[in-house]
Design a protein around this ligand. Structure first.
Ligand code: ADP
Length: 405
């Protein structure tokens, strides 16, 4: 089947058009700065065409989606001749609350429920909803499927998913640890089992998804039993602009003692912290290394905090799992950054985790094992492919095949 995968942000639409049988990406790209005076449109296809247009304007998401579909059907750079060649549309949806435990066909009822729980993900779900609504308007005959970042984590036991606050805040107000990046953790954990020729349902796996956002997941017998993000993607690891774990009294202190407003604290914790906050320079790991190479001490400290916290999670999740069969790195940093992997794994030989220094450097970006031959725990790089999983789920939804969660 040929599936259009849509990842809709507040001012952007990322898309991929995939062939599920061959797993080939036929076309992909990004519409950015939607609603601004000048937008940006990047379109690439599998035949090597690649172009970014700067003299284009998308007044709204509908404009952007129309352009995407027109480009897919373009006689020169397109990959299909008519809309009928699109077999279905898969949407990334950030938050599925406690309603969606698996990918679902989007109906009026499903959309109403997603809307009802917007308050749990006010930064992300509204944009996802716009993408769904526009696609339903443009393609009323096509099956639309919602794939949720949270659903992989829905089986987390209560002792890891509940906060230690009075339970009524969970039962009445839905405050609990939901976790995110579920599509990525699900993809790379099941993929690593294949690479190891092992039964997924018998493995204890830790997956580290390190991108601009970052999270760790502990997976036992195919089930996410703990993950570092919580009610929102702010909890857990240090990230590009998010601070991750901290004493919950810090925001109280910022408001009560420093007189900061709720909005200011929100901006500080979500947009000005993490790598950016500590280094004071950048939120991007590649740039951070450049600052470090030029002797910047704050940049070095940011890297040290980043890796130290990740190391702590690996230790904690090994304990939570009662052992570890494989450690996986993915995401832009996880896949590409040998220094982060090296610093994170250093000193973990006592737990049977030993990187091979050469493999760690040589095998960037590719699916590969990077642990030393005497490491009890294999360590892998597995590039994530959330879009492929969304497309495969969409195909299953169309065919009525149950999806393993
Ligand atoms: P997103 O979470 O937005 O999908 P990515 O998974 O692309 O982001 O990860 C972005 C991060 O990956 C950035 O910090 C970027 O610097 C880092 N990154 C990408 N390529 C490399 C590289 N070759 N070496 C080190 N870091 C990299």
């Amino acid at each position: 089947m040929k599936i259009l995968v849509i990842n809709c942000g507040s001012s952007s639409v990322k898309f991929q058009f995939l062939h599920t049988a061959t797993r080939e990406r036929l076309a992909w790209g990004n519409a950015e700065r939607i609603g601004e005076e000048l937008s940006l449109f990047t379109y690439k296809n599998s035949k090597g065409f690649s172009k970014t247009e700067e003299n284009i304007r998308f007044a709204n998401h509908e404009d952007a989606l129309r352009t995407i579909v027109n480009r897919l059907m373009d006689p020169e750079v397109g990959v299909i001749s008519s809309e009928k060649d699109i077999n279905g549309i898969g949407h990334r949806v950030v938050h599925g609350a406690e309603e969606f435990y698996s990918s679902v066909r989007i109906t009026d009822e499903v959309l109403d429920v997603i809307k009802k729980f917007v308050f749990l993900a006010p930064l992300h779900n509204p944009a996802n909803i716009i993408g769904i609504e526009v696609c339903r308007k443009l393609f009323p005959e096509h099956v639309q499927c919602g794939v949720f970042d949270t659903s992989f984590h829905h089986k987390m036991p209560k002792y890891s998913s509940l906060y230690a606050i009075p339970q009524e805040y969970y039962t009445r107000h839905h405050i609990k640890r939901y976790g995110f990046h579920g599509t990525s953790h699900r993809f790379v954990s099941s993929r690593v089992a294949q690479l190891m020729f092992r039964d997924y349902k018998r493995l204890k796996i830790i997956t580290c998804h390190l991108g601009n956002g970052a999270s760790v997941c502990a997976i036992k017998q195919g089930v996410s039993v703990d993950t570092s993000m919580g009610l929102t993607p702010l909890e857990g690891l240090m990230m590009g602009t998010r601070g991750g774990d901290m004493d919950p009294a810090v925001p109280l202190f910022l408001m009560e003692t420093l007189g900061m407003s709720l909005k200011e604290v929100n901006t500080l914790l979500n947009k000005k912290s993490g790598i950016l906050g500590v280094s004071g320079k950048c939120n991007d790991m590649r740039e951070l290394h450049e600052f470090i190479a030029n002797g910047d001490e704050s940049a070095r400290l940011a890297l040290e905090i980043y890796c130290y916290r990740l190391k702590k999670y690996i230790g904690a999740y090994s304990a939570a799992l009662g052992g570890l069969d494989v450690l996986v790195f993915t995401g832009g940093i996880g896949q590409n950054d040998e220094i982060v992997r090296e610093l994170t794994c250093s000193g973990l030989a006592f737990m049977g985790i030993k990187l091979d220094r050469i493999l760690n450097i040589d095998n960037n970006r590719k699916e590969s094992m990077i642990s030393s031959s005497d490491s009890k725990v294999p360590i892998y790089i597995v590039p994530t492919d959330e879009e492929l999983l969304i497309a495969l789920d969409t195909e299953k939804v169309i065919k009525g095949i149950p999806i393993e969660d």
